[in-house]
Design a protein around this ligand. Structure first.
Ligand SMILES: [Zn+2]
Length: 170
C-alpha cells in the first residue's frame, strides 16, 4: 500500500488487530520513507449475491444500501460507531449463511428487523413499520405500547449522556 503522505511504495504493518466479532482487521501502518502513520481497515465484502427487489428487478448486493437503511432508521438515536459496525457485520453474516446466490429485498429486510430488535427498539419499529406495513400490525402495536411505557421511566439525564457518548465516538 502506498503512503498517503509521500506516495512511497513501501509501508510496513506496525500492528494489526482483529475486531471482537472477527469480521474485520485494523492494521496500523508506517511509511518506510517518511514514517507517516496511518491505519487501514480490512472488511469482509459479500460478492456474487443478487438481490431481487419487490418489482422483480435484480441488482448486486451493496453494503451501502444496508448501511443507509440502518442509518435512516437509527436517525437521532444513541449508538456508537463500533456498535453500528458490529450490527452491519452480524446482518451480513446472516445474509451469507443463507448460502444462496440470490435473496429478495424482503429476506434482507427480515434479517435487519431481527437484528434491530435487540439493537434499538425505536429503530426496530421504524424499520419494521416500513417492511411489514400490512403483514404484522399486531407486533407493531405491541412494540409501540412497550415503548411508550418504557419512555415514561427514562429520564432526560440518561438521554443527554447517551447523546454525548455518540459525539465522542465519531
Ligand atoms: Zn511516506
Amino acid at each position: 500500500m502506498h503512503c498517503p503522505a509521500c506516495n512511497h511504495a513501501d509501508t510496513k504493518v506496525v500492528d494489526s488487530r482483529l475486531s471482537t466479532d472477527g469480521a474485520s482487521v485494523r492494521r496500523r501502518r508506517a511509511c518506510e520513507a517518511c514514517e507517516f502513520r496511518f491505519s487501514t481497515l480490512e472488511e469482509i465484502e459479500i460478492l456474487g449475491l443478487t438481490v431481487v427487489k419487490r418489482d422483480g428487478r435484480r441488482e448486486s448486493y451493496a453494503r451501502e444500501k444496508l448501511v443507509r437503511g440502518l442509518e435512516k432508521s437509527l436517525e437521532k438515536r444513541p449508538y456508537t460507531v463500533q456498535d453500528f459496525q458490529q450490527l452491519v457485520h452480524k446482518i451480513e453474516r446472516d445474509i451469507q449463511k443463507t448460502g444462496h446466490g440470490e435473496l429478495t429485498s424482503r429476506d434482507i429486510g427480515e434479517l435487519v428487523i431481527k437484528h434491530l430488535r435487540g439493537f434499538d427498539k425505536v429503530a426496530y419499529i421504524r424499520f419494521a413499520s416500513v417492511y411489514r406495513s400490512f403483514g404484522d400490525l399486531h407486533t407493531f402495536e405491541d412494540e409501540l405500547r412497550k415503548l411508550s411505557s418504557a419512555k415514561k421511566s427514562k429520564s432526560v439525564a440518561s438521554r443527554r449522556s447517551a447523546k454525548s457518548r455518540v459525539r465522542s465516538s465519531t
